[in-house]
Design a protein around this ligand. Structure first.
Ligand SMILES: [Zn+2]
Length: 534
């Protein structure tokens, strides 16, 4: 008889018990034992079975269509590892699907339990439920295996850290070398400095091609065997998690891309980039690809690309004069925004010099509360693992609910005491998973940066304080975050000399006018919210 193998696996949930190759191997061996002739192998990713898409529209649907079209006159058997590979929608869906398949003239067989559901034979509902429950138990077992696996990685990492064991792999990023006995990773300092400079340049708004050109001009040697720096290698470094110390175990099947296996391991390599700098570079790269491309080297002008002259529509250019000592003995920042057309003598008559520090203060007063959202304060390092954990928690909960319902059906049907015990246990399991999922959701909300309005005000003030921080990294991180946020919110920003002020229109459909007001010999910015345009 002809056989079609069906495999469902998830690349997201990597574990020993869930590999494509293992499932395929088991099915092929089983088919060989039975003397079946494997004519096709259908492989689905893990997601579709949850929604039932694989049964309704996917590869299994095509299989049923083929059976109905009579392309296997000698009969065909659909072989899968376990019944729950076919559908995660519940036993009733699966029961009716198997009845459909057998009615169409095909058989369904499982490696696990050696079951076979054949055309013309009665299919027991209780048998289907029992198989699903067994499948769930097997899955719990395999997720335990996965967690044991990650524990053994952790133990290994610890032994490496304490020098009791050599590094796991000879693969080392270009800025590290493997040295000594036992083998350890050692930072090649001059190369690490190049990597840091690449990140800092990126935060400063310099593009990958320019960075590569600068490095080549300065005669900085590339890390690998390449003849010079290329923007693709700069990109690779900027996307690398190894700079933060993370290692992603993986394997590279012949002729294909390297694929990830298991969880990334933190603190595996020596970290050479601070997490904040890494985050700032990511923000800067995202920003460049939108509208802040081409901004100046050091983010001195937060409104570059936004600020325009009201009179002629030209951009406002930044003229930096640095700190100047006033007659009053006070140091003031003498940086100005001036109409580019006026500055270059291209026709505009409005030559007012807008003091950067003063107007920046007023503009930020006007827009920052709206511009800075929770996500601007969120820690990616914290959010990402929680998202993964929540997805896994939800998956476990859904599986537990399916199992609980199946056990209940079984209980109703059999009235057996051991099934009763199983049901009580399963109800408790579902409750525990529900609690865990609730807790994860709360932690995720907190990690995503949601806080009270008072706390939001406080953290905005704290962020503004860091605009002029002494630490270059802190300053650039802050500036790029604020810059990206303001660019997202503000649609237009017009500088006008008469009346003196800055008119801002936001995507929140608000128009704001920032003016100056004299009080006690000095002038400070005042914000007037004109009207929310309907
Ligand atoms: Zn102008």
């Amino acid at each position: 008889m002809d056989a079609v193998i069906y495999i469902r696996w998830s690349s997201a949930i990597q574990s020993q018990g869930n590999s494509k190759e293992r499932q395929l191997g088991d099915c092929r061996r089983y088919a060989a034992e039975k003397g079946w002739n494997v004519v096709d192998e259908l492989i689905d990713d893990g997601v579709s079975a949850f929604s039932g898409a694989n049964i309704e529209t996917g590869k299994l649907r095509s299989f049923v269509d083929n059976v109905r079209a009579g392309i296997w006159p000698g009969g065909v058997v659909l072989l899968t590892e376990r019944l729950d590979r076919l559908s995660r929608q519940g036993w009733d869906e699966l029961y009716s699907w198997i009845k459909q398949v057998t009615a169409a003239g095909a058989s369904v067989a499982t490696v696990d339990g050696g079951r076979m559901y054949e055309p013309g034979k009665r299919i027991e509902l209780s048998d289907i439920m029992e198989m699903i429950i067994k499948g769930e138990l097997a899955r719990d077992e395999s997720s335990k295996k996965a967690s044991r696996l990650s524990k053994s990685w952790a133990a290994k990492r610890e032994r490496i850290g304490s020098g009791k064991e050599a590094v796991m792999t000879k693969r080392a990023p270009g800025w590290l070398r493997v040295e000594g006995e036992p083998r350890r990773f050692v930072v090649i300092e001059e190369r690490a400095a190049v990597v840091r400079r690449i990140f800092e340049d990126t935060v400063n708004g310099i593009g990958k091609a320019t960075i590569a050109r600068d490095l080549n001009r300065e005669g900085v040697k590339p890390f690998g065997r390449a003849s010079g720096w290329h923007s693709s290698y700069i990109q690779k470094i900027l996307r690398s998690l190894a700079v933060l110390g993370e290692f992603q175990p993986g394997k590279k099947p012949r002729d294909t891309r390297r694929e990830a296996v298991g969880e990334a391991i933190g603190d595996y390599y020596p970290a050479i980039i601070d997490a904040n700098l890494h985050a700032a570079a990511t923000v800067a790269m995202a920003g460049r690809s939108r509208r802040v491309a081409g901004r100046g080297r050091s983010l001195v002008n937060l409104f570059a690309g936004l600020a325009r002259c009201k009179a002629c529509g030209s951009k406002m250019t930044f003229r930096g004069k640095g700190l100047k000592l006033r007659a009053s003995g006070k140091w003031v920042q003498e940086d100005y925004l001036i109409c580019d057309s006026y500055q270059r003598g291209r026709g505009c008559e409005v030559g007012h010099h807008f003091n950067c520090a003063t107007w920046q203060e007023g503009i930020l007063d006007a827009v920052l509360i709206e511009a800075l959202q929770d996500r601007h304060f969120a820690s990616r390092d914290e959010v990402r693992p929680l998202e993964v954990e929540l997805a896994e928690g939800v998956r476990r909960l859904e599986a537990a609910v399916i199992k609980r319902d199946a056990v209940l059906e079984l209980l109703v049907e059999t009235q057996r005491p051991e099934v009763r015990t199983m049901w009580d246990k399963q109800v408790a399991v579902v409750e525990a998973y529900e609690g865990a999922v609730d807790d994860l959701r709360k932690r995720l909300v907190a990690a995503r940066g949601a806080v009270s309005p008072e706390e939001h005000m406080r953290r905005i003030r704290a962020m503004r304080d860091k605009l002029e921080d002494e630490d270059e990294t802190v300053r650039f991180t802050t500036r790029s975050t604020i810059m990206a946020a303001v660019h997202e919110l503000v649609m237009t920003m017009e500088f006008s000399a008469d009346p003196l002020g800055v008119m801002i229109e936001t995507t929140a459909e608000e128009t704001v006018f920032v003016t100056l007001e004299e009080h006690g010999g000095s002038s400070g910015p005042v914000v007037t919210r004109i009207a929310a345009s309907a």
